[in-house]
Design a binder for this molecule. Structure first.
Ligand code: NI
Length: 178
């Protein structure tokens, strides 16, 4: 089952998500549904607020093969260390469709999280994986990648999405979407 993606300016994307504390069967099932939703949308990361759930849960898979066994499913992720060395990547977001911008973040991080088996783990990540985890952890705090670029550029990107969404809704009403 795939979950419905929330698109800006949905207010749920700006809220603080709550800790899950224990990864029980319900949270584990939710993690798998998030992963399925992410793969179906060709994304490399997804955070629970993006499907309307204010829980501190993220899923990440930056590999091409989309192998769920190798994906990261994280509850209550905490970035415990980040490098001074930086890494710049052209980011996008499933909640801000069609918009991309270069964002600079720490190149390497350590992240502690609770995995799908309710084990607390710490791992290191670098480059795209590091960027993706930082982007998803931002989502849990109501922060979007566009907050890392200039206000001018941010406003432009958000306006473009709103316009595209409005046009799509209008076309649907007119019955043109065949
Ligand atoms: Ni995103």
């Amino acid at each position: 089952m795939t979950l419905k993606l929330r698109i800006v300016p949905d207010p749920v994307l700006r809220k603080l998500a709550d800790p899950v504390k224990t990864v029980d069967r319900e949270v584990s099932r939710f993690m798998h549904e998030m992963l399925e939703t992410m793969y179906a949308s060709a994304g490399v990361g997804l955070a629970a607020p993006q499907v309307g759930e204010l829980k501190r849960v993220i899923v990440v898979d930056v590999e091409e093969e989309q192998n769920a066994a190798k994906a990261f499913m994280m509850a209550d992720p905490v970035i415990t260390w980040s490098s001074e060395e930086l890494f710049t990547y052209r980011e996008g977001c499933l909640s801000i469709p069609g918009q991309y911008a270069e964002v600079t973040r720490p190149k390497r991080i350590k992240v502690a999280y609770t995995d799908v088996n309710n084990q607390r783990i710490e791992m290191e990540a670098e480059d795209l994986l590091s960027t993706c985890i930082q982007h998803e952890v931002d989502h849990l705090n109501g922060v979007l990648f566009v907050d890392h670029v200039s206000k001018l550029k941010r406003d432009m990107m958000l306006k473009r999405v709103e316009k595209a969404q409005r046009l799509a809704a209008e076309e649907q009403q007119d019955g043109k979407a065949l």
